[in-house]
Design a protein around this ligand. Structure first.
Ligand code: KG4
Ligand code: ZN
Length: 373
């Protein structure tokens, strides 16, 4: 970090875009809640897992920038996320990502009205990097800091893109770390209807893909292969699909895939990786569609928010869209870049919290198990 008076990149300065400028000593501006408006700029920071992301969002809705630096290739060598490597990579990538997010938004630090960062759940080392940097920025600029729940932030990826996406709704938050059905009644007013009792759906995609020798992350690989296969070729079990309640289980499905391949190999039978991918994906889609539509009926809502990394899955998007349209339920799903982890959703969620005066103390510590409710 240059000293006051030294030459700095233009994105750090509040005086135009020249290549070499002098850092002015900023006027600090302590925001009160009544100062918040449609022009308020929030810097969002997301470092809960293996994406380093920084974003500037205006008025809680308009994405001015959303820089996402994926570590997938790095962790791919190990077949899954290595927490220590993830945290170190965040240290390297976060400050440049913030600089790029400001530059792309044509904003400077001094234009910001608040800073939001993911406080949890996630990997503790990774969370610490984002939270520490967010607090430092908020402290130096004397603007509010807000710690955001990563799962709640995924909900906001829907609210960000469509004015029609409103509460109440049933949200399916489906990612590498979580799979849950939530009755979202209002901002911060959530009831968890069901969760996975073992593996998250994305985790099952990643584990099955790893077993099949596919690259990490496995979800997109299985999605790609499934387009070439027959989803009816192998009847994998749909655990818990007929049981009451909205919990799901993916451990048995994953084991069935492994057993199927091992038996076929033992008998010397050829296997079609495309058919396995398509049949596995169809089982996940059938389970999630059935449970989600059950939850919609239970909650008596007519909106579904699909969000989280697995919301990028083509089969799930189509399957849930078909089920919703046949029952006159409106489904919302974010564009691909807002499905997986990103800071725009963190900024949007943080903006809503700041508007409601829910600032977070600079003493708050990240929580790897932060609950949604
Ligand atoms: O939300 P996310 O980026 O990180 C967590 O909060 O976990 O989700 C990552 C997960 C990974 O398990 C990845 O394999 C899965 O989302 N994923 C997919 C697809 N794209 C990403 N799963 C199935 N189909 C996809 N197209
Ligand atoms: Zn996530």
């Amino acid at each position: 970090m240059p000293e006051i008076g030294e030459s700095v990149p233009s994105s750090w300065s509040n005086e135009g875009r020249a290549d070499s400028l002098t850092i002015p000593v900023p006027e600090t501006k302590k925001q009160t809640i009544s100062d918040w408006g449609e022009d308020s700029l929030i810097l969002g920071i997301e470092t809960s897992c293996d994406e380093t992301s920084a974003s500037v969002v205006k008025g809680g809705r308009k994405i001015l920038s959303n820089i996402i630096v994926s570590q997938a290739e790095l962790h791919g060598e190990y077949g899954g996320i290595v927490p220590e490597i993830a945290a170190r990579k965040h240290v390297e990538a976060l400050t440049p990502a913030i600089g790029d997010a400001l530059l792309q938004a044509d904003a400077t630090f001094w234009d910001l009205d608040g800073v939001a960062a993911t406080l949890g759940p996630g990997l503790i080392g990774s969370l610490l990097v984002g939270v520490a940097e967010a607090k430092a920025i908020a402290g130096v600029l004397d603007i509010p800091f807000v710690g955001v729940n990563h799962l709640e932030a995924h909900l906001y990826s829907n609210l960000l893109i469509d004015e029609e996406a409103k509460f109440p709704a049933v949200a399916l938050i489906i990612s590498g770390g979580h799979t849950m059905l939530v009755h979202a009644m209002g901002h911060g007013d959530y009831e968890i209807l069901g969760t996975t009792i073992d593996d998250a759906a994305g985790e099952a995609f990643d584990k099955v893909a790893r077993f099949l020798g596919l690259d990490y992350p496995g979800g997109p690989e299985i999605d790609r292969l499934s387009l070439l296969g027959d989803p009816e070729a192998i009847r994998f079990p749909r655990s818990m699909i007929d049981e009451p309640g909205f919990d799901v289980s993916y451990s048995g499905l994953k084991t069935s895939v492994i057993n199927y391949v091992r038996k076929a190999e033992a008998r010397g039978e050829p296997i079609s990786i495309e058919n396995i991918a398509a049949s596995f994906q169809q089982a996940v889609v059938d389970i999630q569609v059935a449970k989600t539509m059950g939850a919609v009926l239970h909650a008596g809502v007519d909106r579904v928010f699909l969000c989280g990394g697995v919301a990028a899955n083509s089969g799930l998007r189509q399957g849930l869209a078909d089920a919703c349209s046949s029952r006159m339920v409106k489904m919302f799903v974010p564009p691909m870049e807002l499905c997986t982890d990103n800071a725009a959703m963190v900024a949007a969620c943080g903006a809503e919290m700041l508007k409601r005066g829910r600032n977070t103390s600079l003493d708050a510590a990240p929580d790897p198990n932060l609950p949604l409710v």
